[in-house]
Write a protein that binds this ligand. Structure first.
Ligand code: F3S
Length: 106
């Protein structure tokens, strides 16, 4: 599967969802996840994200491996998103911040 990582938090640019052929993105208040049961590893979403938040599971950096299970768990309860929408209003202020996990709204 592919995984949405920390840089998406408080940004949610949503360019990724427009290109997904299997509609595997799920939307929370300030983060998106990929449903690992739906993702076919096509990788077309990777270059779409302006903050490089998406990687294949095997390439997730060691300090973000928790996001693999986090994507799977949150995807179970969040609704599908299939069309791009406006980013969060202060996305540009948050896009270069690190250590945003504490900002995640579940
Ligand atoms: Fe998030 Fe990037 Fe998609 S910021 S919503 S993974 S385009």
């Amino acid at each position: 599967t592919h995984v949405v990582l920390e840089s998406c938090i408080r940004c949610k640019y949503t360019d990724c969802v427009d290109v997904c052929p299997v509609d595997c993105f799920r939307e929370g208040p300030n983060f998106l996840t990929i449903d690992p049961d739906e993702c076919i590893d096509c990788a077309v979403c990777i270059p779409e994200c302006p903050v490089n938040a998406i990687l294949p599971e095997e390439d997730v950096p060691a300090d973000q491996v928790a996001f693999i299970k986090l994507n799977a768990d949150l995807a179970k309860n969040w609704p599908s998103i299939t069309k791009r929408k406006s980013p969060l209003p202060d996305a540009d202020d948050w896009k270069d911040r690190k250590d945003k996990l504490s900002e995640l709204i579940r």
